[in-house]
Design a protein around this ligand. Structure first.
Ligand code: CND
Ligand code: ZN
Length: 377
């Protein structure tokens, strides 16, 4: 490519600090260094985790930063030492990288590579620097990805090559929302056929949990949300019934206990609210219930649980990116999508040009969208 080895000027959405709209600006993107890849982003989704930074809920974030972590694109150029990717390859950035060498990567039961930047938010590449500048200032990276830009640079452990037939404006959801929810049910929860599941929060990630519970053969999937507008789509994805906590005087775990002969087999918290996490745990059946935390709570939040509920045989667990070892499994998930094993259409409510990114976040905050996919023209 004519741009290889050169600085690229392009559009990006800069988050200069919390509680202000993203600003579309021209940035410079340096060429990839050793074991790095420069990618042209084609489509990127608007996820609640990005909004947590904009709202200030994640307090240890470094600014300015280019957010965005759910995307798909095409390799523009590769740095030295990159063996598995070449210009023109279709790829998905990985917000949980897979180095293949750390203790977690070597453990078949874990997917949380040591090279991840979730919670630490150092905002840099593996070599501790960034490839972005804007108005002469360096701009931080976001969780190994930064996809709210026409071009980004990724460490090669944070990129998966996908099938050349994959429609990028759909499979971008495999970069976060779909895989996180679906994997939370099939990997982390290990939902069994015939079981009863409760899914708290029916946004893009929650609906993907519902899809996972259905694929795993759950016989009852109860969707819970404060917004009744989310129910029709949840049923389309496989929820067998939906309830709104506002319609009951009793606490929601008591309502669920009545509905399910003393509690559900699996409960998923897909909101990021610690009091809902407590209720989700209390909603599970003694002796065998399992609660899975999927939602990302504000930085300083603490979770309260009754130890007797643990003692009596309930399990509390959680995972990022649905427990998938990312580089190994993202290409397989894309193939499963192409083989029609699941449908991403019910998760996408809006397409918009990238410049309308703030509108995409407004829709999410008003509860009017599931996923908005932003595209570069
Ligand atoms: P989104 O905001 O679209 O969905 C949340 C849903 O919860 C909405 O439908 C709300 O109406 C509903 N809701 C809010 N409060 C309550 C409440 N008290 N009781 C019942 N329902 C409520 O978010 P999303 O689906 O994009 O993301 C969901 C969470 O998952 C969020 O915290 C996000 O940061 C997190 C997440 C985690 C991971 C991971 O790797 N574990 C990856 N991506 C996102
Ligand atoms: Zn690793």
């Amino acid at each position: 490519m004519a741009t290889a080895g050169k600085v690229i000027k392009c559009k990006a959405a800069i988050c200069w600090g919390p509680k202000q709209p993203l600003s579309i600006e021209e940035i410079e993107v340096a060429p990839p260094k050793r074991h790095e890849v420069r990618v042209k982003i084609v489509a990127t989704g608007v996820c609640r985790s990005d909004e947590h930074v904009i709202s200030g809920a994640l307090s240890n974030m470094k600014f300015p930063v280019i957010l965005g972590h759910e995307a798909a694109g095409i390799v523009e150029s590769v740095g030295e030492g990159v063996t598995d990717l070449k210009p023109g390859d279709k790829v998905i950035p990985l917000f949980v990288p897979q180095c293949g060498e750390c203790r977690c990567c070597k453990n078949p039961d874990s997917n949380l590579c040591y090279e991840n930047d979730i919670g630490k938010y150092n905002g840099v590449m593996r070599d501790k620097t960034t490839r972005f500048t804007c108005r002469g200032k360096p701009i931080h990276n976001f969780i190994s990805t930064s996809t709210f830009t026409e071009y980004t640079v990724l460490d090669d452990i944070a990129v998966a090559k996908i099938h050349p037939d994959a429609p990028l404006e759909k499979v971008c959801l495999i970069g976060c929302g779909f895989s996180t929810g679906y994997g939370s049910a099939v990997n982390t929860g290990k939902v069994k056929p015939g079981s009863t599941c409760a899914v708290f929060g029916l946004g893009g990630v929650g609906l993907s949990v519902v899809i996972g519970c259905k694929v795993a053969g759950a016989s009852r999937i109860i969707g819970i949300d404060l917004n009744n507008d989310k129910f029709a789509r949840a049923k389309e994805c496989g929820a067998t019934e939906c309830i709104n906590p506002k319609d009951y005087d009793a606490p929601i775990h008591e309502v669920l206990a009545k509905m399910t002969d003393d509690g559900v087999d699996y409960a998923f918290e897909v909101i990021g609210n610690t009091s809902v996490m407590t209720s989700a745990f209390s909603s599970t059946h003694f002796g065998c219930g399992k609660a899975v935390i999927v939602g990302l709570a504000p930085s300083s939040a603490k979770l309260t649980i009754d130890p007797l509920e643990v003692l009596t045989g309930r399990t509390l667990t959680g995972a990022v990116f649905g427990g998938w070892k990312s580089k190994d499994n993202v290409p397989k998930l894309v193939r499963d999508y192409l083989d029609k094993k699941f449908n991403l259409d019910p998760l996408i409510t809006h397409y918009m040009p990238f410049e309308k990114i703030n509108e995409g976040f407004d829709l999410l905050c008003k509860g009017e969208s599931i996923r908005t996919v932003l595209t570069f023209t």
